[in-house]
Design a protein around this ligand. Structure first.
Ligand code: FAD
Ligand code: NAI
Length: 473
């Protein structure tokens, strides 16, 4: 029976795989129900800015037969950010965590329109946005106007530099796919140059010093991936220089991972100590040159550290388009983190604008989990107001947005992860190799498509069998 059961499961699996591949290659056939006429049929227009966690979650839940939906974003894909640090060293290939927005919306009844461009201005008075096509194909930037009935701002945030000199020019950020590609390429340059025959020992030492600024989850996960690269690949392919490779993590506060429990902070710091990752807490970066980073150490002294690669992960700040909109409401929009909203995610001061994810300033942390839940909630809100005579009255019948925390997870290198999980009203902290397996399975099951999950699985298997691909990007 077991054998026959296995055979049946195999057949079902093959049929499911073929069906999924067919749907993938025939997106038109995959559209269920009638394709409704475009615009001009009286449907109100909702313009959604962004294709990140918040916007994509909204798009997945929204019924485009109720609205004419126009998505505007400079990138035509969704990015699964939790696995982005893995792309910096080649544990994963970057395409494995990207999903085209058209692929994501292919099963929807009706249609979504997608415009690849950057919204540079929001005009709440005239209910329109300005969109720029910044494609390198044209000599000049093309600009157009887009009217909306409802606007959803899901443009995320950018990395804060706090105006520290040299950061923008010389550091690498870790937010977008092109950041990860840049880091991977620079890492390769540093290593090849350090391995160049006759390289000056002092220069070699500089090139092999990797500095990470910011001990939040982004900086910690990146440092962990970098350690894996050193341990599993560098030692094998470049044994002559591997021992000179150093990782330093600089954090302004007393400890790393301020949002995690004390137990997990100690576990991370002791794992980093074992892996010879030099964690420098209470040290604040004051300036960055092409080859050195200047810090103020706990004793108040100024120190300069030569580096080969500097990754800057010092937190979030509002994007220019968001700051520009905030300036139009100086009395209501006073939070520097982003746009203040009411409990239904409506922007304070503008009834027809909703804000979700990192672009908003709410009581919640700027995480994918929050943005994802806000997207689902907003779909319900929009569906309720669509045909209402008085949208403000219709909103009163909707429960305020409430976030459910499903736990915090982070990978810290050497096949160890940490997790703070809510359990029966209290917090359960777990760490180590088993938590790493949990981390893997949690992210695998959260990937937006079977296609992405298959690619990530394949990358992990490839890395296990052959090691990372160390060829330059
Ligand atoms: P984003 O997902 O950043 O999306 C913003 C979108 O807006 C993008 O499509 C962008 O192209 C578009 N956009 C930008 N400017 C414009 C414009 N002017 N006009 C139109 N569109 C624009 N959170 C977790 O909960 N768990 C994790 O494990 C986790 N890991 C992370 C790892 C890394 C390396 C990083 C950087 C973040 C991680 N986060 C994690 C945080 C999480 O990624 C963010 O909180 C989440 O992406 C916020 O979603 P969002 O939709 O607000 O913004
Ligand atoms: P963060 O804001 O969490 O951490 C930034 C760190 O940089 C802070 O600890 C800050 O003290 C430090 N810093 C700032 N300026 C500095 C300076 N000049 N010198 C030295 N240190 C300086 O930012 P991060 O890690 O990018 O995370 C952003 C958001 O994304 C957070 O809400 C986080 O929870 C979420 N995230 C979650 C992940 C996860 O759950 N695994 C992974 C990555 C991000």
């Amino acid at each position: 029976y077991g054998c026959r059961g296995g055979l049946i499961a195999l057949q079902v699996g093959v049929v499911a795989f073929l069906a999924s591949a067919w749907m993938h290659n025939h997106p038109e056939e995959a559209v269920l129900g009638p394709v409704l006429p475009e615009a001009a049929d009286g449907r109100k227009r909702v313009v959604i800015l962004g294709t990140g966690w918040g916007a994509t979650s909204l798009v997945k839940s929204l019924d485009p037969r109720e609205y004419e939906v126009v998505i505007v974003s400079p990138r035509n894909y969704f990015l699964f950010t939790p696995l982005l640090p893995s792309c910096t060293v080649g544990t994963l290939e970057h395409r494995s965590i990207m999903e085209s927005i058209r692929y994501i919306t292919r099963h929807k009844q009706g249609r979504f329109r997608f415009v690849e461009g950057e919204c540079t201005k929001i005009d709440p008075e005239n209910k329109k946005v300005i969109v720029q096509d910044k494609s390198e194909l044209h000599g000049a930037t093309t600009e157009s106007e887009l009217k909306y009935d409802y606007l959803v701002i899901g443009v995320g945030a950018e990395t804060a530099t706090f105006g520290i000199p040299g950061v923008k020019e010389h550091a690498c950020f870790l937010k977008e796919i092109w950041d990860a590609k840049k880091i991977r390429s620079r890492l390769s340059s540093c290593i090849e140059s350090a391995a160049f025959s006759g390289q000056d020992p002092k220069e070699q030492e500089r090139l092999l010093h990797m500095v990470v600024v910011g001990g939040g989850p982004t900086g910690v996960e990146y440092a962990g991936e970098l350690y894996d690269y050193l341990d599993e690949d560098l030692r094998k392919w470049y044994p002559e220089i591997a021992d000179k490779f150093r990782i330093t993590l600089i954090e302004a506060h007393n400890n790393v991972l301020a949002s995690f429990s004390k137990e997990l902070i100690s576990y991370t710091e002791s794992t980093f100590k074992d892996n010879k990752i030099n964690v420098r807490t209470q040290s604040v970066v004051k300036g960055v040159s092409p080859t050195e980073v200047t810090i103020k150490n706990p004793q108040g002294e100024i120190e300069t550290l030569p580096y080969g690669l500097l990754v800057w992960a010092a937190g979030n700040t509002a994007r220019p388009v968001v700051r520009d909109l905030m300036a139009k409401f100086p009395e209501l929009q006073t939070c520097r983190r982003g746009l203040s909203v009411d409990d239904k995610l409506r922007m304070l001061g503008a009834d027809n604008i909703f804000v979700l994810g990192d672009a908003s300033a709410s009581k919640y942390a700027p995480t994918a989990q929050v943005a994802n839940q806000q997207g689902k909630y907003l779909a319900k809100v929009l569906s309720k107001v669509v045909n209402a005579e008085d949208p403000s009255k219709a909103l009163q019948d909707i429960k305020p947005f409430e976030y459910t925390h499903n736990g915090s997870l982070a990978y810290i290198g050497s096949e160890k992860a940490i997790a703070d999980l809510p359990l029966f009203g209290s917090n359960y902290s777990t760490s180590g190799p088993m938590t790493y397996l949990f981390w893997k399975s949690a992210y695998l099951s959260n990937l937006f498509s079977v296609r992405n999950a298959s690619l990530v699985l394949l990358d992990w298997t490839k890395k296990f069998a052959f090691g990372r691909d160390i060829a330059r990007e």
